[in-house]
Design a protein around this ligand. Structure first.
Ligand SMILES: Nc1nc2c(ncn2[C@@H]2O[C@H](COP(=O)(O)OP(=O)(O)OP(=O)(O)O)[C@@H](O)[C@H]2O)c(=O)[nH]1
Ligand SMILES: [Mg+2]
Length: 327
């Protein structure tokens, strides 16, 4: 089977072809690259929704609930779960499968897990590429779940159109979120587990905090600085379904319109993540070309021996790439 037909079959709804294609794209094979070239013009229509938050806050349950809600409306849904096993909830890959099991036999729900490590060109670039393939295959709503404990959620939020931060009322999460910088990436903060005590209080606290922030915003705008993003606060229970339709509606209100892609920040950041990932990969590939083995080895030795610094070395190698015709 040619790469062209794999891309065509994915586009036409063949989920096995889509799964195979995503592996090619993730591994950055020549076949994956060829398929992306075919599919890229078809993508750019989907709403990419980042879902992040502390481990165990209910992200997967919420994604499953939102998926169910969207399926009631007949919409196909794709999910990218990044590093789906957080150290705290442990074995969550299995848990995520179970939570999504209600959708297991549904051909219009497509779930893909991705490790957060080991992406040449960066996690954001791999995520964008996978999402583009899903988008071209007809998934108009794509959830990207990532645990909010480190850097990856910030990276992923930058490339999502809309970012939801899921909080749970216990554990003083609202304070943790500020520490982790999670609130800064949020378009919507969902206080989940509203079936449990303390949820209303947590939401009220968050809103109060954001109101305090609002006066700082006015000061920023008056001083000519851009207005910081202030997220909307919502309450829900992924378990009982309370607030889930409202959350999906809030997401839909934020869906990018066809024309808005030209200028919106997320689209530009996605373009940048992809291009810089590809550039880095191409430069490295050319440096590893056998024709440059000697020059490369010599430069590495010189840096190892502290004869030249790594910046000078990188500049020399770049100049070398510019000057000859190999690769
Ligand atoms: N009471 C209650 N429990 C919930 C709710 N949503 C999720 N849970 C429970 O919280 C636990 C964690 O849920 P997950 O959906 O796995 O949370 P997560 O944020 O995806 O977890 P990680 O991916 O491991 O970080 C599970 O036991 C869920 O059943 C809710 O709305 N109410
Ligand atoms: Mg999860």
């Amino acid at each position: 089977m040619t790469d062209e037909t794999l891309a065509e079959r994915a586009r036409d709804g063949d989920r096995r072809a889509l799964a195979r294609l995503l592996t090619e794209v993730e591994n950055r094979t020549a076949a994956g690259e060829a398929a992306l070239k075919t599919l890229y013009p078809l993508a750019g229509r989907a709403h990419l929704v980042g879902v992040t938050g502390a481990p165990g806050s209910g992200k997967s349950t919420m994604v499953a609930a939102l998926t169910g809600e969207a399926r009631k409306q007949g919409r196909p849904v794709a999910v990218i779960a990044i590093d789906p096993s957080s150290p705290i909830t442990g074995g969550a890959i299995l848990g995520d499968r179970i939570r999504m099991q209600i959708h297991a036999t549904d051909d219009d729900v497509f779930i893909r897990s991705m490790a957060s490590r080991g992406h040449s060109g960066g996690l954001a670039a791999s995520t964008v590429a996978a999402a583009a393939v899903m988008d071209a295959s007809g998934f108009g709503l794509i959830f990207i779940e990532t645990v909010g404990t480190g850097q990856s959620e910030v990276e992923v939020a930058a490339i999502a159109d809309t970012t939801v931060v899921v909080q749970s009322p216990e554990m003083g999460d609202e304070v943790q979120a500020i520490k982790a910088g999670l609130l800064e990436v949020a378009d919507i903060v969902v206080v989940n587990k509203a079936d449990r005590p303390g949820a209303d209080r947590a939401a009220a606290q968050l809103r109060a905090m954001l109101t305090v922030g609002a006066s700082a915003d006015r000061a920023a705008v008056a001083a000519g600085r851009p207005r910081p993003k202030r997220p909307e606060v919502m309450l829900s229970s992924a378990l009982t379904g309370k607030g889930v339709p409202e959350l999906l509606a809030a997401l839909d209100r934020r869906a990018p319109s066809p024309g808005s892609r030209l200028a919106d920040d997320a689209s530009l950041k996605r373009a940048e993540a992809q291009i810089s990932g590809i550039l880095a990969q191409r430069i490295n590939a050319r440096l590893h070309d056998p024709a440059r083995a000697a020059a490369r080895a010599e430069t590495l030795k010189a840096v190892a021996a502290h004869e030249i610094d790594p910046f000078t070395a990188a500049d020399r190698l770049l100049a070398l790439l510019g000057n000859d015709s190999a690769g």
